[in-house]
Design a protein around this ligand. Structure first.
Ligand SMILES: Cc1ncc(COP(=O)(O)O)c(C=O)c1O
Length: 391
């Protein structure tokens, strides 16, 4: 029997979203993710909102690696890692992730959300202070809530003077001070100055955790992420990342850090102790994606060229696009309903770019967020710019 009050409360919230034109609609794809997808309700559209930065989500080598793993290992792990869910394919992926991240070791999770919860709540002790950038991803915010430090603090977005002041204040108080930041901020496309942040951390003997979900595979001369972009590859204390974006785009996440810390995660992190292992076909697909990125810089070069072309084309058309080396291009609109209307109009024009409003971004800062892919060809880019011209 339905609970009347609960049904009414839920219905009222949904009606409120409908009334303000801010109800999110799920759109169904009827084929693979690529530069162009087929949408059940809108037909063929060019994708400008996927995390498919390098176009590997349907790359033949990634698909073949996943398919071979499916044949060899079957569909499911049917266990958490420490019981009977650890396969040799996990070790292979984790060795590659560690090498790619410039760390001693790595551990995979079923998502970066889980990896952040694992890393932050396991690392931070009860006498520590935990400082977090105000625009950090929701998974970092929730992970910080799960941790139980002496004190949590939030510093202004990429504001090193504010971070310095907060580190100074924490010095006498904390056993260890932790700083946690995104490498690339998902809603802004802004990039953390990891060289300066790391220098500050070293000055105050603080530890640095970087979630590089949007940087790995998409930034740096060879795609090794924000640390490489900032000239500090191999120096970050703890890196977390997703396999669901540039590294194949399926799902999964990881923590890359010292062998000691990874060993501790195996013992203590609740999201690996009490949750099934990453499916092996997914692990194998991600390993193949890393191989592709390490082979040469064709994909990352293409991503950079595409991003430059789209950004400069949009600027020429008069759109305000933030200057950033990342492949995320936010176009600020302000009003959420207006942002949704614009994204719907773009869809009619054959371009899929999603509008983001509260609670994903602060109220009054709704935006269209474009994500460029190496899979886009010149013709796609021309069609994208033509659609924005009409918009
Ligand atoms: C910065 C950041 N961290 C973590 C995540 C979560 O990644 P996953 O999808 O692997 O849980 C995302 C996904 O949007 C992200 O942007």
């Amino acid at each position: 029997m339905k609970h009347t009050l609960f049904e009414k409360r839920t219905g009222d919230i949904l009606q409120g979203l409908r009334d303000t034109g801010t109800l999110k609609q799920l759109r169904y794809l009827t084929g693979p993710m690529g530069p162009v997808v087929n949408l059940e309700d809108s037909g063929e559209v060019i994708v400008l909102c996927a995390n498919n930065y390098l176009g590997l989500a349907n790359h033949p080598e990634v698909v073949a690696a996943s398919r071979n793993a499916l044949d060899k290992y079957g569909a499911g792990t049917a266990s958490v890692r420490f019981i009977c869910g650890t396969f040799d394919a996990h070790r292979e992926l984790e060795q590659k992730l560690a090498r790619f991240s410039g760390t001693e070791a790595a551990l995979s999770y079923v998502s970066c959300w889980n990896a952040n919860e694992a890393a932050i709540s396991t690392a931070v002790g009860p006498n520590d202070v935990l400082l977090s950038d105000e625009l950090n991803h929701a998974s970092i915010i929730d992970a910080c809530r799960l941790a139980r430090p002496l004190r949590r603090g939030v510093y202004k977005h990429r504001d090193l003077a504010d971070l310095r002041a907060k580190l100074e204040a924490a010095t006498d108080e904390a056993e260890i001070t932790w700083v946690v930041t995104d490498g690339v901020f998902s809603m802004e496309g802004s990039v953390a100055d990891l060289a300066a942040t790391l220098k500050l951390c070293r000055e105050f003997n603080a530890m640095l955790i970087v979630d590089d979900s949007h940087g790995v595979g998409a930034l740096g001369a060879t795609g090794k992420g924000t640390a490489e972009h900032c000239g500090v590859w191999g120096e970050i204390d703890v890196i977390t990342g997703t396999l669901g974006k540039a590294l194949g785009g399926a799902a999964g996440g990881y923590v890359a850090a010292s062998q000691n810390f990874i060993d501790l995660l195996v013992q203590r992190s609740r999201t690996s102790l009490f949750s099934n292992a990453l499916p092996v076909p997914v692990a194998a697909g991600a390993a193949a994606a890393i191989d592709l990125i390490e082979r040469d810089t064709t994909l990352i070069d293409r991503l950079r060229a595409n991003t430059r072309r789209i950004r400069s084309g949009l600027l020429e058309l008069g759109f305000e696009v933030q200057d950033s080396p990342s492949a995320i291009l936010p176009i600020m609109i302000g009003d959420e309903a207006e942002a949704i209307r614009k994204s719907e109009r773009l869809l009619e024009l054959g371009v899929w770019a999603v509008a983001f409003g509260f609670p994903v971004v602060p109220k009054g800062e709704a935006r269209l967020r474009l994500q460029v892919s190496a899979a886009l060809g010149d013709d796609h880019i021309e069609r994208i710019l033509a659609a924005f011209k009409q918009l």
